[in-house]
Design a protein around this ligand. Structure first.
Ligand code: PMP
Ligand code: GLN
Length: 410
């Protein structure tokens, strides 16, 4: 194993997907819907595969022409600036590869990258394997009891201390996984001002952009004054169209930064699957034609998820958890520490309590969640230990089953 991977260990996904396959619990772990994507998207994919045969062959390396056109049309409208489809967009294998290209295309040995805890776990490993130095800072709850993800905040003084002349990059995830936090304008302005002051590049992971619950509003940091020049914004078809298995993502930003990502891309995957790109383009074209209407999938999905969120928050509260109510997305973290007398954590050997709790629940109660300490650096893993993350983009009937399991157990 090369040196750059010697510190790496099996990720929480590898471990928990295997656990789910082995014990077959009701799975609220890894985030994916257990109901179908909108039918026009799946129909588009089957029509494409059986239509013009050339759409089963290679396409343009940096993004299929019809898809980059559609992405340019959509995001130009949403950010209020004309995006050049050929030079300011890169299509990738999921948001994962966008993150990878952005990190490998910019981080050199010794460069520092700031990430906000809890963070989507791969940020850490990608920065480290690229030779970078991770500087992490936790969001912390500013109230107790049942609170909103908005109550988890950064300490601005501690945050400012992370910046220095080695800081190359900051990764910002809004709406946030696993908290469901939507960073507000004041928070984004504070972050943007420091990035401008220290000449730092922002990687904005916005894969949950269309799942924001009213009255919250998703603000794209690239739209703040003088931020376009230093921001790469990432999206995902898997999230946008509830089809996580498509593993199709993209980044948009200024040409000089996109170019750095293209260099990584052309020497790794070179080009993404053509039929998926054509089908995603059809999906975008259709959604753009009804964007502000109530039957727009981007609108209806958020409405549907808000009800599922409320249902989950209620049954978790009734069974002894303290949920943090998300403002967006499809994950909820909940404090399980009041349930500690109901679980035998000595039956598991993991170092962190949330790993022991989630494994105990998977094996003995048949309900799977994700241990949030996976989303912290070693120094701060204790901050995640009293929590579990559950995914609620599930059929109502699945959520009812989860409620029944917990009610019976509690
Ligand atoms: N970023 C975040 C915050 C995510 O939750 C996910 C989840 N899948 C990804 C990136 C990766 O997305 P994709 O499946 O498109 O690679
Ligand atoms: N983003 C999803 C989650 O957070 C999927 C994770 C994965 O497959 N690596 O659960």
């Amino acid at each position: 194993l090369p040196k750059r991977y010697q510190e790496a260990t099996e990720s929480v996904w590898v471990e928990y997907v295997a656990l789910a396959l082995k014990y077959k619990p009701l799975n609220l772990g890894q985030g994916f819907p257990d109901y179908p994507p909108p039918s026009y998207v799946t129909k588009a994919l089957s029509d494409v595969a059986n239509g013009d045969h050339l759409l089963n062959q290679y396409t343009r390396g940096f993004g299929h022409p019809r898809l980059v056109q559609a992405l340019s049309k959509a995001y130009s409208q949403w950010i209020g600036r004309q995006i050049d489809p050929n030079n300011e967009i890169l299509v990738t294998v999921g948001a994962y590869q966008s993150l990878y290209n952005a990190i490998y295309g910019h981080i050199d040995h010794g460069d520092e990258a700031i990430i906000i805890e809890p963070f989507y776990d791969c940020y850490y490993d990608m920065i480290k394997s690229a030779g970078g130095v991770v500087r992490a800072i936790p969001l912390k709850p500013t109230k107790s009891g049942i609170i909103s993800s908005a109550d988890w905040k950064l300490d601005p003084i501690e945050f400012e201390k992370l910046f220095n002349n080695k800081t190359k990059m900051l990764i910002l995830n809004t709406p946030h996984n696993p908290l469901g936090k939507v960073f507000n304008l004041d928070e984004l302005t504070m972050i943007a001002d420091l990035c401008k002051k220290w000449n730092v590049l922002v990687i904005a992971d916005e894969v949950y952009e269309h799942m924001v619950f009213e009255p919250n509003q998703h603000i794209r940091i690239c739209t703040l004054p003088d931020m376009w020049e230093r921001t790469l914004t990432i999206g995902s078809a898997g999230k946008t169209f509830s089809a996580t298995g498509w593993k199709l993502g993209w980044t948009y930003g200024p040409n000089n930064l996109i170019r750095n990502m293209q260099l990584v891309h052309q020497n790794s995957v070179y080009t993404c699957a053509t039929p998926l790109q054509e089908a995603a383009a059809i999906g975008f074209e259709y959604e753009l034609s009804r964007f502000n209407e109530s039957d727009s999938f981007f609108k209806s999905l958020a409405v549907e998820l808000k009800d599922k969120r409320d249902f989950m928050a209620t049954f978790l509260t009734q069974t002894g958890y303290q949920p943090v109510i998300p403002e967006a997305g499809y994950f909820m973290i909940a404090d399980w520490s009041h349930l500690k007398d109901k679980v035998d954590l000595s039956s598991e050997t993991d170092e962190y309590k949330d790993y022991r709790f989630t494994k105990y629940m998977t094996k003995n109660v048949s309900l799977q969640g994700i241990p949030p300490s996976a989303f912290y650096t070693k120094a701060n893993k204790h901050l995640g230990e009293n929590f579990v993350r559950y995914c609620y983009i599930k059929k109502d009937e699945t959520l009812q089953k989860a409620a029944d399991i917990l009610n019976k157990w509690y």
